[in-house]
Design a protein around this ligand. Structure first.
Ligand SMILES: *Cc1c(COP(=O)(O)O)cnc(C)c1O
Length: 377
C-alpha cells in the first residue's frame, strides 16, 4: 500500500462495535471488567485506550514500523526516549536540535549524570569522533530547526550501529510522508504530531515508531510510568487531521518551493535556507534520503527594523511559534522557539536577530507572495 492510501486505510479506521466510519472518542479513564481476572484488553486509559491505540497503529503504519506509541506532546515523546539513558551514559546530538530538546537535556540529563556532546551534524566524521566508550545514543534531526541543516541519516546510523549505539531521529520537519529514518538504519523515530501530522494547529501530541520489540516494551513502560499519554480527545482530532496529510503536504511543499525563490530576488533578504535550493549545502544528501524539500524555509533579513516591519505588516501568515498547520505560520526563532537557549548558543548555531522562519500552509501561493512582498516593502 502506498502512503496516501495508508493515510486512510492502514490502521483502525472503523469502530469494530458499531461500524462507525471514525474510531469514536473513548472518553473514559477506566473500563468495566466482567470478572476480576479478565478485561477487554483495556483496563485504564494511562495503560491504553482504543482511540489512542488507533493513533499508535497509524504512526506505525506511516513509518513502516512494527510498533507505535502516542504521547501528550512531542516533548513527552522525546523525554520518554531520553529516559532510555542511564547514569554514566553519554549522548551525542547535532548542535542544531529543537530548542525544547536542548532545554530538557540541560535541565535533566546533567542532573542524572548523563554526559552530552553536541556535534556539527552535517559533518559525518564529527559523530564518530565524539564517540566514547560510554556512548549509548545518537540523536539527529534533519532538516534542523530553524536553519534546515541536513544530517546524512544513513551514514550516521551506520556509524552508530558499528559501535552498538542507538540512533534516534526527530522526523517532525519532513513528516512520515516523505522521509523514513527507520529504513535508513535509525532505531527510533519521533514526531511532534502537533505539526504536520495533525496539521490544524489545534492539538499538541507526540508519536514514536520503532521496529524493535525490546525498545518498544521499554518505551511503553516509560509511557505508563512517566504518564505523558495522549488524551482520547486529542487522539481523535489527530486521527481526523492525519487523513488529509497527503493533500495538505503537497500544497504546502509547492508553496514553500515557490516562496523559497522569491526572497532571493528581494533586496532585503540576505540569505534563504531551504533544502530545495540547489545552492543549499545539504541539497544532495537531503534528496538522497527524502522525497521532497519540505514546507519550511528560513530567511535572513538585514536589520531588526525590517523584522519589525515584516511581522507587523504581514496579514496572511499568523505570527506564532509552531509550524506544520494548514495556515502559514511566520515565526521569529530568536525570541520564540529558541528564546530559552543562551544568547551565545543561539548565535553559535546561526539563530540571529534577523532570522525569520516560515512554515507554509495551503493558501493560494499568489496571495502569500503578495502579502510577504507588501510586508517587506
Ligand atoms: C515542535 C517540535 C518539537 C516539540 O513538540 P511539542 O509537540 O511542541 O512538544 C520537537 N521537535 C521538533 C522538530 C519540533 O518542531
Amino acid at each position: 500500500m502506498k502512503i496516501n492510501t495508508k493515510l486512510l486505510h492502514d490502521y483502525p479506521m472503523i469502530d469494530p462495535v458499531t461500524g462507525a466510519s471514525s474510531i469514536p472518542k473513548y472518553q473514559a479513564s477506566t473500563f468495566h471488567q466482567q470478572d476480576v481476572f479478565t478485561h477487554t484488553g483495556f483496563s485504564y486509559t494511562r495503560f491504553g485506550n482504543p482511540t489512542v491505540e488507533a493513533a499508535e497503529k497509524c504512526i506505525a503504519s506511516l513509518e513502516d514500523a512494527t510498533f507505535g506509541l502516542a504521547f501528550s506532546s512531542g516533548m513527552a515523546a522525546i523525554n520518554a526516549v531520553l529516559f532510555l539513558l542511564s547514569k554514566g551514559d553519554h549522548l551525542v546530538l547535532g548542535k542544531n536540535i529543537y530548542g525544547g530538546t536542548f532545554h530538557s537535556i540541560h535541565l535533566f540529563l546533567s542532573r542524572f549524570g548523563i554526559d552530552c556532546t553536541f556535534v556539527d551534524e552535517t559533518d559525518n566524521g564529527s559523530w564518530e569522533k565524539a564517540i566514547k566508550k560510554e556512548t549509548k545514543m545518537f540523536y539527529i534531526e534533519t532538516p534542523s530547526n530553524p536553519l534546515l541543516t541536513i544530517t546524512d541519516i544513513k551514514k550516521v546510523a551506520e556509524t552508530a550501529r558499528k559501535h552498538g549505539i542507538l540512533t534516534v531521529s526527530d522526523n517532525t520537519f519532513m513528516s512520515p510522508l516523505s522521509q523514513h529514518p527507520l529504513s535508513l538504519g535509525v532505531d527510533i523515530v519521533i514526531h511532534s504530531a502537533t505539526k504536520f501530522i495533525n496539521g490544524h494547529s489545534d492539538v499538541v501530541a507526540g508519536l514514536v515508531a520503532t521496529n524493535q520489540e525490546a525498545i518498544y516494551k521499554k518505551l511503553k513502560e516509560h509511557q505508563i510510568a512517566l504518564g505523558g499519554i495522549l488524551g482520547p480527545e486529542d487522539a481523535w482530532l489527530l486521527l481526523r487531521g492525519v487523513k488529509t496529510m497527503g493533500l495538505r503536504m503537497e500544497k504546502s511543499i509547492k508553496n514553500a518551493s515557490k516562496i523559497a525563490t522569491f526572497p532571493s530576488e528581494h533586496t532585503k533578504v540576505k540569505k534563504v535556507y531551504y533544502p530545495g535550493l540547489a545552492q543549499h549545502p545539504g541539497y544532495q544528501v537531503h534528496h538522497q534520503q527524502c522525497e521532497n524539500s519540505g514546507a519550511i524555509l528560513s530567511f535572513e533579513l538585514e536589520t531588526v527594523d525590517q523584522i519589525q516591519s515584516l511581522f507587523t505588516n504581514c496579514r496572511l501568515p499568523i505570527v506564532a511559534v509552531s509550524l506544520g498547520g494548514v495556515e502559514s505560520i511566520l515565526s521569529y526563532p530568536w525570541a520564540m522557539s529558541h528564546a530559552s537557549m543562551p544568547e551565545e548558543e543561539r548565535l553559535k548555531m546561526g539563530v540571529t536577530e534577523t532570522l525569520v522562519r516560515l512554515s507554509c500552509g495551503i493558501e493560494d501561493e499568489e496571495d502569500l507572495l503578495n502579502d510577504l512582498t507588501r510586508a517587506l516593502g
